[in-house]
Design a binder for this molecule. Structure first.
Ligand code: PMP
Ligand code: GLN
Length: 381
C-alpha cells in the first residue's frame, strides 16, 4: 500500500516520553507542566458535567467560551473579533493547524515553513497535497534569527501560506515589530495567507510583550491565529484551543472543521469559559515562567552546556558540544537513558540534518523536579 507520509515516524515527543517512562528518567523532553492546574478550573468542569452539559455543543464552540476568547483578545491586543463569525474552538492547536492547512492549501500549493519548526507543520502540509518550502533561521553565536531575505526569495506565485510561530518552539525567540512589518511588506498585494501559531502567547519574558498578529491590522486581515488552553492553563491533556480569523477565512476553516472533529468536548469548554470569566491567570503566566526559566538557567550555568537565550515559551535550549560528539538524537537518547534526564533533539524540528549540537529542555516543572534534573546534569563534564 502507498503511504501518504512515507518519511514520517512516530513523533519525537511520544518517542522520548516512552523512553523516559521506561527508564524512569526525569522528563524535560515533551512540553507539559508537572504541576496541577487551578482548582477553580477543575471545579468548573465538574460542575458543568453535573449540570448535564454532556451533549454536543455548537459546531463552532460554546457561545460563552467564544465570548471569553474575544474579550481576552480585545483586552490584550485591542482588536474585536466577531464572536459568531471569527472565533472557533478547536481540539487543541494541533487540530487547528491541520484544519487551517486542509482548508486553504490545494494540491501543489507551496507553504513556507521557518525551521526549526514544530513537528506537525510539515506532515500537515503534505497531507493537504501542499509542498513545504523550508527557510531555515540563521544560527550564529548561539542565536537564532529569521532570515527575511531568504524568506522573501522563497516566495513564488505558488505560495499559498506562510507559517510563523512566536514565541517560537523550540528556539524561544520572539517576533518583534520589525519582523511583523517586514512580513506585512512581503505579502502586500499577494493572496498569501499567514498562519500564526501563538500557543505560547502568555509566556514572554524580561518585560517584553507578545506581539500578536491580531494587533497588526494589515496582517490580521489575511491571518489565522492559533492558540491553546493546554499551555495557558497547565492542562495540555485537555486538548482545547481556538482559531481567530476574519469571517471569510473562518467560513472556509469551519467547512473542514465540521467534518474533522465537528466540535470539542462540552464540559471543558464550559469550565474554561467560567474560569476565564473569574480569573486573571494568563496575566501572571509570564512572571511565573520567567522565575522558572531563571532558576533553571542558574542551575544549568554550573554545567558544561552553553545556554541559548529564551525570550518566550517554556523551553530552554542548550548546546552540548562541550559534553559530547554524538548527533542530537543519539545525545538526547543517551542523556535520557544514562543520565536520567529526557530532552528533545533539535533534529526533530528540521527536515534535513543540521551540523548543530542542540537539545531542548522544558522548564514547566516544579522546583523539586528541576532540582532533581539539575543534580543529574551536574555529573556531566
Ligand atoms: N504549536 C506549537 C508550537 C506547540 O508547541 C504545540 C504543543 N507542543 C502545539 C502547537 C500543539 O498544541 P496542542 O497541544 O494544543 O495541540
Ligand atoms: N508541544 C509539545 C512540545 O513541543 C508536545 C506536543 C506533543 O506531544 N505532540 O513538546
Amino acid at each position: 500500500p502507498r503511504s501518504k507520509l512515507p518519511e514520517i515516524k512516530t513523533t519525537i515527543f511520544q518517542t522520548m516520553s516512552t523512553i523516559a517512562n521506561e527508564v524512569k528518567a526525569i522528563n524535560l523532553g515533551q512540553g507539559f507542566p508537572d504541576f496541577a492546574c487551578d482548582e477553580t478550573l477543575i471545579a468548573a468542569v465538574h460542575q458543568a458535567m453535573r449540570d448535564g452539559h454532556n451533549q454536543y455543543p455548537p459546531m463552532t464552540g460554546t457561545l460563552a467560551l467564544r465570548r471569553e476568547i474575544a474579550n481576552k483578545v480585545l483586552n490584550l491586543y485591542g482588536v474585536q473579533y466577531d464572536v459568531n463569525e471569527e472565533v472557533t474552538v478547536t481540539a487543541g492547536a494541533t487540530q487547528a493547524l491541520l484544519t487551517v492547512i486542509l482548508a486553504t492549501v490545494n494540491m501543489g500549493d507551496e507553504v513556507i515553513v521557518i525551521e526549526p519548526a514544530y513537528d506537525s507543520y510539515i506532515p500537515s502540509i503534505q497531507l493537504a497535497g501542499g509542498i513545504p518550502v523550508l527557510v531555515s533561521m540563521n544560527y550564529q553565536d548561539g542565536r537564532f534569527a529569521i532570515d527575511w531575505q531568504k524568506l522573501k526569495d522563497s516566495i513564488s506565485n505558488k505560495t499559498r501560506l506562510i507559517l510563523i510561530n512566536s514565541p517560537n518552539n523550540p528556539t524561544g525567540v520572539c517576533l518583534h515589530e520589525q519582523d511583523l512589518s517586514t512580513l506585512a511588506e512581503l505579502v502586500r498585494d499577494t493572496n498569501i495567507i499567514v498562519l500564526s501559531d501563538e500557543v505560547y502567547e502568555h509566556m514572554v519574558f524580561d518585560g517584553q510583550r507578545h506581539l500578536s498578529v491580531a494587533g497588526h491590522p494589515e496582517l490580521a486581515q489575511r491571518s489565522f491565529i492559533v492558540s491553546s488552553f493546554g499551555k495557558t492553563y497547565h492542562v495540555t491533556g485537555w486538548k482545547v484551543g481556538y482559531v481567530l480569523a476574519p469571517a471569510e477565512l473562518t467560513r472556509e476553516f469551519r467547512k473542514v472543521h465540521q467534518f474533522n472533529v465537528f466540535t470539542v468536548n462540552t464540559p471543558m469548554q464550559i469550565g474554561i469559559a467560567e474560569f476565564m470569566r473569574v480569573s486573571d491567570h494568563h496575566q501572571h503566566l509570564s512572571n511565573f515562567y520567567q522565575q522558572k526559566r531563571d532558576y533553571f538557567r542558574a542551575g544549568l550555568s554550573q554545567t558544561p552546556f552553553k545556554l541559548l537565550d529564551v525570550e518566550g515559551s517554556y523551553f530552554q535550549c542548550v548546546d552540548f558540544s562541550e559534553v559530547s560528539e554524538l548527533n542530537e538524537l543519539d545525545f538526547a537518547t543517551w542523556l535520557t537513558r544514562e543520565i536520567g534526564v529526557a530532552a528533545i533533539p533539535f533534529s526533530a524540528f528540521y527536515k534535513h540534518q543540521q551540523e548543530n549540537k542542540l537539545v531542548r529542555f522544558c522548564f514547566a516543572k516544579q522546583v523539586s523536579t528541576l532540582d532533581a534534573a539539575l543534580e543529574r546534569l551536574a555529573k556531566l563534564r
